[in-house]
Design a protein around this ligand. Structure first.
Ligand code: NOJ
Length: 539
């Protein structure tokens, strides 16, 4: 029997970094009305949902990942009314809206924090993590992910507060039941407004060790920066976090068809950890990101398929995978995978992989054009991480540059100077140019998304690896009942000789000229960087 398939299992999800998508009110910064204005574009490409990076009120120390009022929209982006209109307009087009839920920490400007910080005995005194000094110093050795110590001194309370990110992002005390209730009420507020789900920011950070023990030293960190020379066993990944996931799931299950996807942060891929936040997919999060591919630059069929295979092995059969090649925190895939003159071809192979493996694809805005990382001069840096670590780390501005819409001023993003510079080459790499070219990367995405939508095998079918990538090409089949599809992806600049083993095939999609007639069993040549999707004809 066909089980009930849910929209987020079938869907393709588009991530929008709202500052950079489209500026409707001409202040150089993208906004909600800008997203509404571009819904037709999003619909035309075939996306089923949009995840929007935070739009709640915020002093923007971390560009919205520091929220000062969970129930309002920041005026920079628009009004609550405009947001409700976005939900309505999107739903009319069968596009769902996913908000970013940032509840490990708030802004230091949130009224809860201001109250909490005002004295040791106010009603919210325990809503954040406050500690007396130990031996006249910080309570323990914890460090902040964005640099420096994780403790900040507060003169009014004569105590330190914990911030695992910026000092403007104080961490909540999730052990306090009233705080928990208040956050759940804020979540309900948006669910009641018809929001279709949430992407949960650093969700594995919520609870900290009760005794706030020192993190041990490790040589095995991903980098020599002090934060990575600690094993973060006490400031994140506490097993009791999973109980909160169950509570969150119970809340979302009170509504129809909502979805929770977790960002389970680890400085290097940890699919096992991500999988633990999904469990069997019924009592915890619906999905969680595995960053195995996003964290790597290596261009080889094996470096795509191995992590995916591992991800499938770690998720129980009831759980549903999702996949991602780029986001607002990591260099764009086009820049990571390199390839010189051939990088556009690589972008097609990568996109075809993302859209045909089993699981929900998330596509970061601009990837459909093959946007590169932008070049940001030191004086143009916006991201606090870049400001702190430049030039060792350029920060995250390069992957957050404005969407390229047209040949017009500022690439049609805004009539004003954009908050980050435009990528070089925008005159030839933009939506308008690519829409007019049937062979563009944009139209490649569009065609592929539409083929996926028509194929139950691609959306929900079983997955079977037919060629494991050791020869730098992949072959896998996707099968649902009588429908079977074979995906062939050549990651190499050389032609590959392969063997088609079924009796008959019909070509559905490809990067190269494909045969009009049916193809038959026998040897076949897969050209350099060729993507070929075949329907396997049953006799
Ligand atoms: C992860 C988000 O993706 C990132 O952009 C943000 O800076 C941190 N969490 C802190 O909220």
């Amino acid at each position: 029997m066909d089980r009930d398939w849910l929209w987020w299992q079938h869907g393709v999800i588009y991530q929008i970094y709202p500052r950079s998508f489209y500026d409707s009110n001409q202040d150089g910064i993208g906004d909600i009305q800008g997203i509404i204005d571009k819904l037709d574009y999003i619909q035309d490409l075939g996306f089923d949902a949009i995840w929007i990076s935070p739009i709640n009120s915020s002093p923007m120390h971390d560009f919205g990942y520091d929220i000062s009022d969970y129930r309002s929209i920041d005026p920079l982006f628009g009004t609550n009314k405009e947001f409700y209109d976005l939900v309505k307009q999107a739903h009319k087009r069968k596009i769902r809206i996913i908000m970013d839920l940032v509840v490990n920490h708030s802004s230091h400007q949130h009224p809860w924090f201001l109250e909490s910080a005002s004295s040791r005995d106010n009603p919210k005194a325990d809503w954040y993590i406050w500690q007396d000094p130990r031996n006249g110093r910080e309570p323990n050795n914890w460090l902040a992910a964005f640099g420096g110590k994780a403790w900040q001194w507060n003169a009014a309370r004569q105590q330190y507060y914990l911030h695992t990110h910026l000092m403007e992002q104080p961490d909540f005390n999730w052990r306090n039941p009233e705080l928990r209730k208040a956050i759940f009420n804020d979540i309900k507020f948006w669910l009641d407004k018809g929001v279709d789900g949430f992407r949960l920011d650093v969700i594995n950070f919520l609870l900290k060790d009760r005794e706030l023990r020192n993190n041990p030293f490790t040589f095995r960190g991903p980098s020599p920066r002090p934060y990575d020379l600690q094993a973060h066993i006490y400031d994140r990944n506490q097993p009791e976090n999973l109980e909160i996931m169950t509570e969150l799931r119970r809340l979302s299950d009170q509504y129809r068809d909502r979805m929770l996807v977790g960002e389970v942060y680890a400085p290097r891929p940890d699919p096992q950890l991500s999988a633990s936040y999904v469990g069997d997919g019924r009592n915890m999060l619906h999905m969680a990101f595995d960053f195995s591919i996003i964290y790597q630059k290596k261009w080889h069929a094996r470096s795509f398929i191995n992590p995916v295979q591992r991800w499938y092995e770690l998720l129980p059969p009831q759980a549903w995978p999702c996949h991602v090649l780029s986001n607002h925190d990591q260099p764009r895939s086009r820049s990571r995978f390199g390839g010189g003159k051939e990088n556009e071809k690589r972008a097609r192979v990568a996109a075809a992989f993302l859209l045909t493996i089993r699981g929900t694809p998330f596509i970061y805005y601009g990837e459909e054009l093959g946007m590169y990382n932008g070049k940001i001069a030191r004086s143009q840096l916006q991201d606090p991480v870049g400001k702190k670590y430049w030039p060792l780390h350029p920060g995250r501005d390069p992957e957050r540059t404005p969407m390229l819409w047209s040949n017009q001023k500022n690439a049609g993003f805004s009539s004003q100077e954009p908050w980050l510079p435009l990528n070089e080459g925008w005159q030839s790499q933009n939506v308008e140019v690519q829409q007019a070219d049937p062979d563009s990367l944009l139209n490649f995405h569009k065609r592929l998304i539409h083929i996926r939508k028509k194929s139950k095998a691609l959306m929900q079918g079983d997955w079977k690896l037919e060629a494991d990538g050791s020869q730098n090409y992949l072959a896998y089949s996707r099968t649902w009942q009588k429908e079977s599809v074979l995906v062939l992806l050549n990651f190499d600049s050389k032609t590959k000789r392969i063997q088609l083993t079924h009796k008959r095939y019909r070509a559905l999609f490809g990067t190269h000229v494909i045969p009009a007639q049916e193809m038959r069993q026998g040897p076949w040549q897969l050209r350099p960087y060729e993507v070929l999707i075949l329907s396997i004809k049953s006799d």
